[in-house]
Design a protein around this ligand. Structure first.
Ligand code: ATP
Length: 235
């Protein structure tokens, strides 16, 4: 089995897939905002698979009390279960140091069949800060981007960020569905059900002894309670 492949996916025996979604995040914990968006992106873009890739050491969120990677990975696996298309990859836990998306993408480009198109999925809040990511300009030479709407974030801000920070010749697509980079990769808006759920809120509710039921899969909620996660003063 190639390193980083989802647990139940054997590289050699699996039929090659041509459209693969990659959904990175801290997933501390994963919740229905992530899961419902993933389900809708898979359907809209006709992805063969979508991999959740929890960051081992998230570059932007690594307080000393961050829930350990194996625990976040376990919760992500519990949430996804045996879904036929959604999978979980531990690829970012196999590298020491910070989990930079650009390094993960370079690695996967080497590992995956050359005809596999990669779609990197992230929220509008995240892409609006893309200039803070390591080697972010290179990312636009490795994959398409799928941008999820987030409550309180305005799509119209993205064009300016892309032109100013990424490349002066990024063009809007004629049908207003996003942009195209000179590399040929696209940055696509994807409307999904807007669920104003955040992991921060789930952690806070748990710490305060309040209910987080229906914000995340019940199996994950029970795992959190059983393992007494988020009871300390973590953010
Ligand atoms: P935290 O509250 O700890 O900052 P989070 O809930 O934002 O966490 P992350 O793991 O940081 O979750 O998010 C991973 C990716 O999922 C990011 O690209 C983020 O924009 C996106 N995302 C987070 N919450 C939602 C949501 N409710 N709907 C759609 N996308 C989301």
């Amino acid at each position: 089995m190639k390193s980083g492949y989802p647990q139940n996916l054997k590289a050699k025996t699996q039929k090659p897939f041509s459209r693969l979604g990659l959904f990175g995040g801290t997933f501390n914990p994963i919740h229905y905002g992530h899961l419902r968006s993933a389900e809708e992106v898979v359907e809209a873009l006709q992805l063969n698979q979508l991999w959740f890739m929890p960051a081992a050491v998230p570059p932007h969120k690594a307080p000393p009390d961050l829930t350990p990677f194996p625990v976040r990975l376990a919760m992500t696996r519990l949430a996804v279960g045996r879904h036929p298309v959604l999978k979980v990859s531990d690829v970012e836990g196999r590298r020491p140091g910070k989990s930079y998306s650009v390094e993960t993408l370079r690695f996967l480009k080497e590992e995956l069949p050359p005809d596999c198109e990669l779609f990197f999925i992230l929220g509008l809040d995240a892409i609006l800060e893309i200039q803070t990511w390591k080697d972010y300009r290179e990312l636009f030479h490795l994959c398409h981007f799928v941008v999820l709407d987030r409550p309180g974030f305005d799509r119209s801000l993205l064009q300016e960020v892309l032109l100013k920070e990424v490349h002066h010749d990024i063009q809007p697509l004629a049908d207003q569905t996003g942009f195209i980079h000179p590399s040929g990769y696209r940055i696509l808006f994807q409307a999904t059900t807007l669920l104003d759920i955040s992991a921060t809120r789930i952690r806070r509710l748990t710490r305060e002894g309040r209910s987080s039921r229906y914000l995340l899969p019940e199996r994950v909620r029970r795992f959190i309670l059983r393992n007494k996660l988020y009871l300390d003063n973590c953010q």
